[in-house]
Design a protein around this ligand. Structure first.
Ligand code: ARG
Length: 393
């Protein structure tokens, strides 16, 4: 079988394929989108309670994780979220972008599984391609995610990834973590001071959404799913052509940089005022909730415009199983330079983006957000026009 199918691969691969003619080609978060994966909510299953979740899941849902693991999330919310995802896909297609969706059996997530190292009552979902896949140039990397419920999250995306490989992309699966008890600080507690990670340095872990790409410079943070070992793996894997920078937002619940630090274009950055960067020199001061804050950035950002995201208008009762409300205004998707998808109910954010000189595509996404993110999380860019550049030299 192998022998028969391999020679056929050459049909898809041009030996002279240059980076930019590759089906997979994306170097930053803002070049014009040509192809994107949009996640699917079908089959999403409540994961079981675990210390790794304790570090990020809002405490008002802890009971749900303790008592309903393996069951579906509320049906009405899933149905409404599915409609929002389909609408997002339609809007992106209307912008001339090819939209692909994961393929899977929705029953799979509710199946318990066991490895030599752990047991899990269920999986999670295929809703957040940004968390599992990252494209760097012509390479797709499957992330070594840190949650046991996400151990098999690559599966719904495999048919797409195989297809991209057959069409010429590079494909890497980062070392699969064992996720034995040694990976977790079992007696982890929030402490009021320093960031304190629930994942140990037992083996490399990171989620793909922990890295934001700006050409040759890639930014990340240590988080409740990303350890130093994982960041070092990425640094060595990408090699000398890239520079990995680790920023500190003093976020004790840190998980995924795309609700915190969001590039909008060369020289333009969206900042989450609730999580000011403390790495580097002061670049901006702003008021948030009657206090004055100082935002710092490494020297290389000299001359960049920093846009401060507005406080989300979501009601405090809005269900959010995995995150803070900040994805509502920070987790935007840049479709091409100057054009941004913004949550339709966030009137203040829509207004501000216009004042900052962007064209806004409003898309309703409030039913999707409970599952852990917004437009950036729910997608993964496969191809954006453009080549590898440095935006800082
Ligand atoms: N940790 C962020 C917050 O609570 C959410 C980031 C979500 N990003 C993602 N790719 N799922 O605001």
């Amino acid at each position: 079988m192998l022998r028969r199918s391999f020679p056929r691969l050459s049909r898809f691969v041009s030996s002279k394929a240059s980076l930019s003619s590759c089906i997979v080609n994306s170097h930053n978060e803002w070049d014009p989108l040509e192809e994107i994966i949009v996640g699917k909510i079908e089959g999403s299953t409540i994961p079981e309670w675990h210390v790794a979740g304790k570090a990020v899941w809002p405490s008002r849902y802890w009971d749900m994780y303790k008592t309903k693991a393996g069951q579906p999330f509320p049906r009405e919310l899933m149905n409404a979220a599915a409609k929002e995802l389909d609408y997002l896909a339609q809007v992106l297609e209307g912008e001339g972008i090819t939209v692909r969706r994961p393929e899977f059996n929705p029953q799979d997530f509710s199946k318990p599984f066991e490895t030599p190292d752990f047991k899990s009552k269920s999986g999670l979902y295929a809703a957040m391609p940004r968390d599992i896949l990252i494209v760097v140039g012509n390479e797709i990397i499957e992330a070594p995610m840190a949650w046991r419920s996400r151990y098999f999250e690559f599966r719904p995306f495999r048919s797409l990834v195989k297809e991209y490989f057959q069409k010429g992309a590079k494909w890497t699966a980062a070392p699969k973590p064992q996720m034995s008890d040694e990976l977790y600080n079992e007696d982890w507690q929030h402490n009021s001071g320093e960031f304190n990670s629930v994942v140990t340095e037992f083996e490399p872990t990171f989620d793909a959404a922990e890295f934001t790409r700006m050409g040759k410079d890639i930014f990340t943070q240590r988080s409740q799913v990303t350890n130093e070992f994982g960041i070092e793996w990425m640094r060595r894997h990408l090699g000398e052509e890239y520079r990995i920078h680790v920023l500190d937002f003093q976020d004790r619940n840190a998980m995924h940089i795309d609700g915190t630090f969001v590039p909008l274009g060369p020289g333009k950055l969206l900042a989450n005022p609730y999580r000011p960067c403390v790495t580097g020199r002061p670049v901006k001061t702003y008021a948030y909730k009657d206090k004055t804050y100082e935002y710092r950035l490494p020297e290389m950002f000299k001359g960049w415009e920093i846009f401060v995201a507005p406080t989300p208008e979501l009601s405090p009762e809005h269900p959010l199983f995995f995150t803070s409300p900040w994805t509502a205004t920070c987790n935007v998707l840049v479709v091409r330079p100057g054009v941004v998808v913004v949550e339709a109910h966030e009137t203040k954010a829509r207004q501000l983006f216009k004042e900052w000189g962007f064209d806004v595509i409003p898309v309703p996404f409030r039913n999707f957000m409970p599952f852990g993110g917004s437009f950036h999380c729910a997608t993964c860019d496969i191809r954006r026009t453009g080549s590898l550049q440095s935006y800082f030299d």
